[in-house]
Write a protein that binds this ligand. Structure first.
Ligand SMILES: Cc1cc2nc3c(=O)[nH]c(=O)nc-3n(C[C@H](O)[C@H](O)[C@H](O)COP(=O)(O)OP(=O)(O)OC[C@H]3O[C@@H](n4cnc5c(N)ncnc54)[C@H](O)[C@@H]3O)c2cc1C
Length: 446
């Protein structure tokens, strides 16, 4: 399949970020776009579609509302079209369940004729004669080849499950990550004991899910973290002001080393466990005590340093270093779940356009403020790869509409979705009208 007429832009990957971009682009006349995803249909983290899990953001963080509340692709219009607006209203369900968000996204994707699933992008190269890019790969069940031309690109391919480096590659391929949890849950529950490593939201969800069933299946359970405590995700209003366009713009201008320190300090905003889940886990643990249930331990300060699969038994031999006591501990477990997050992985198709892209000193993209990564800041844009450059606003669904509105500005030259002039009450640096006058420049910030 070839199409010689170049698109204005091609977006690779259709997760929530590029899907939102597709929605916001659809009403704009004269913009020719194409969105490609290798999956056969939209699906959002299917391995973690656990009962009772919800989005961490209110429903307004749908695919469009924060840029265009009048869009026909809003969550409220989805409810209306499903004949469920009144039940949604009466239920006062501010935080959508994850499966509901997935259904909503599928509903949206089915209405967009510029979105094509089952299209795996394998190669991209620059063609100066166009000028632009050639995007090629395979599509459909028979893996037939396609080739499209485009003036610009938006790369929104998400990230991949991360297994700690101490787990050797041969073993890592057999390890279960939370991303594949549901597909492996039945097999895990046959184990005599299970260890969950990592104490973010996904680790907590898996621990709670396994905890509820542990007596029925008869396994012991360990939840291990290298952190000093199982900490709560911060959600105070003034802290949430850090997940706004204003804060993102402030953060972007900070020196690189200050950004790194700041991100470390903000871990509890983007990496903790939500309050209600901690309460549920605590309640469940407390109720189990009265039934003399099998142990379900929580262990802190233990950093995994070795992880080997014993070939004869299929068990996992783990070694941990205690972060404060300096002691080493060994533990053998039948079942092991890594709740150790995700990392961006450069796709192989990047090789054909590597020379067009600006890289930082560590080999990562160096995005402009408006997420361009090519040398001229006008051709190649990225979604959700700028934690170091753009801060905690980067992976957050609540900021997707803002980023997409800026991307549309860059892609079309028109500000179709202007943002509010001010999105916070606080000043991250005193403004000219604040009465706080800068007296001297003290060199690098402390
Ligand atoms: C379990 C879980 C729950 C989360 N919950 C929240 C939440 O409540 N609130 C929040 O703000 N954030 C949340 N996040 C973080 C973030 O919002 C999600 O990870 C989100 O899915 C990221 O969207 P994305 O579009 O960047 O990538 P993804 O959703 O990962 O989508 C990327 C897409 O690119 C496609 N792709 C990759 N390579 C190619 C290729 N070569 N060719 C074609 N297609 C390709 C993939 O098939 C995939 O569909 C959560 C993350 C996880 C893991």
């Amino acid at each position: 399949m070839a199409d010689d007429h170049p698109y204005d832009f091609i977006a690779v990957g259709v997760g929530p970020f590029n899907l939102g971009l597709a929605c916001l682009t659809t009403p704009l006349g004269g913009v020719r776009s194409l969105f490609l995803d290798q999956k056969t249909e939209f699906s959002w983290h299917p391995g973690m579609m656990l009962n009772g899990t919800t989005l961490q953001n209110p429903f307004l963080a749908d695919l469009v509302s924060m840029a265009d509340p009048t869009s026909r692709f809003s969550y409220l219009n989805y409810c209306k079209q499903q004949g469920r607006l009144y039940t949604y209203y009466i239920r006062e369900n501010w935080y959508l369940s994850r499966s509901e968000f997935d259904r909503y996204c599928k509903w949206v994707a089915a209405q967009l004729d510029n979105v094509r699933f089952h299209h795996h992008v394998q190669e991209i190269w620059h063609d100066p004669a166009l000028p632009g890019y050639v995007v090629s790969g395979v599509y459909g069940p028979e893996n037939r080849t396609f080739q499209f031309r485009s003036k610009r690109l938006v790369l929104g391919i998400g990230s991949v499950p991360h297994i700690p480096e101490c787990c050797c590659p041969a073993d890592a391929s057999r390890a279960i990550h939370t991303a594949n949890y549901l597909a492996n849950k039945d097999a895990l529950q046959q184990c005599g004991n299970i260890t969950v490593i990592g104490s973010g939201q996904s680790g907590a969800e898996v621990y709670q899910d396994l905890l509820q069933d542990s007596e029925r299946h008869g396994y012991t359970l360990n939840w291990v973290t290298r952190a000093q405590r199982f900490f709560q995700m911060e959600s105070a209003r003034l802290t949430l002001e850090l997940i706004t366009p204003d804060y993102g713009n402030y953060f972007y201008e900070l020196p690189t080393e200050v950004k790194a320190r700041t991100l470390d300090d903000q871990r509890s905003i983007y990496n903790g466990i939500n309050h209600s889940l901690i309460e549920n886990i605590y309640d469940t643990l407390d109720e189990r005590r009265h039934r003399a249930a099998l142990p379900a331990r929580l262990l802190t300060n233990l950093a995994l340093s070795q992880c080997e699969r014993v070939p004869e038994s299929g068990k996992w031999a783990l070694q941990f270093e205690h972060a404060q006591l300096g002691q080493t501990y060994r533990h053998v477990t039948d079942g092991l779940v890594f709740a150790t997050g995700y990392r961006y992985q450069l796709p192989s198709f990047i090789e054909g356009i590597r020379h067009c892209i600006r890289w930082d000193t560590t080999g990562r993209y160096a995005p402009s403020k408006n997420w361009a990564v090519d040398h001229e800041n006008r051709d190649i844009f990225v979604q959700n790869v700028g934690l170091q450059s753009h801060g905690i606003t980067n992976p957050d669904l609540g900021l997707a509409c803002y980023r997409n509105s800026r991307l549309i500005f860059e892609l079309t030259g028109r500000d179709f979705y202007p943002c509010e002039a001010r999105t916070v009450f606080q000043d991250f640096a005193p403004g000219a009208d604040s009465g706080f006058v800068q007296v001297e420049h003290k060199g690098s910030p402390q």
